[in-house]
Design a protein around this ligand. Structure first.
Ligand code: RB5
Length: 149
């Protein structure tokens, strides 16, 4: 299992905590940065994580900005990415079970590390349920194809 992870400055501290958590679980981590609390632009880190996921160089990704909003919007611009912004373990479980989210997004200024770790763990352990949810995900892919330039 290899997880790509990236954040802007607003998510940096939470990212560092999540990297330690993942490594503590013997999960390989590809950390695309940022590497300090100096101001940076979240779309760059969203794109870096998303490309590792769509190119199958990582099994899944985690992205973090201040709220999780900007970085999840950015990641979802990459075809094939289903980035889910979550604020609770319940949302993280459903993001996998129903949406087969391949990227988890969280807000570094929203969630304490303890909750973010619980979200990441719940999402990693949950399984996609398929069935009617697969039909809906296929419809997301159809929308991507329809509006591709
Ligand atoms: C950066 O100040 C902040 O706007 C960013 O981290 C994020 O919250 C945007 O959605």
């Amino acid at each position: 299992m290899k997880i790509a992870i990236g954040s802007d400055h607003g998510g940096y501290e939470l990212k560092q905590g999540l990297v330690s958590y993942l490594q503590g679980r013997d999960i390989e981590v590809a950390d695309v940065g940022t590497n300090s609390e100096d101001s940076v632009d979240y779309p760059e880190f969203a794109e870096a994580v998303a490309l590792l996921v769509v190119h199958r160089e990582a099994d899944a990704g985690i992205v973090i900005c201040g709220t999780g909003i900007g970085i999840s919007i950015s990641a979802n611009k990459i075809p094939g990415i289903r980035a889910a912004l979550v604020t609770s373990p319940e949302m993280a479980i459903l993001a996998k079970q129903h949406n087969n989210a391949n990227i988890l997004a969280m807000g570094g200024r929203i969630l304490p590390l303890e909750i973010a770790v619980a979200c990441a763990g719940a999402w990693l352990e949950a399984s996609f349920e398929g069935g009617r949810h697969l039909r809906r995900i296929d419809k997301i892919s159809e929308i991507e194809k329809k509006y591709r330039e």
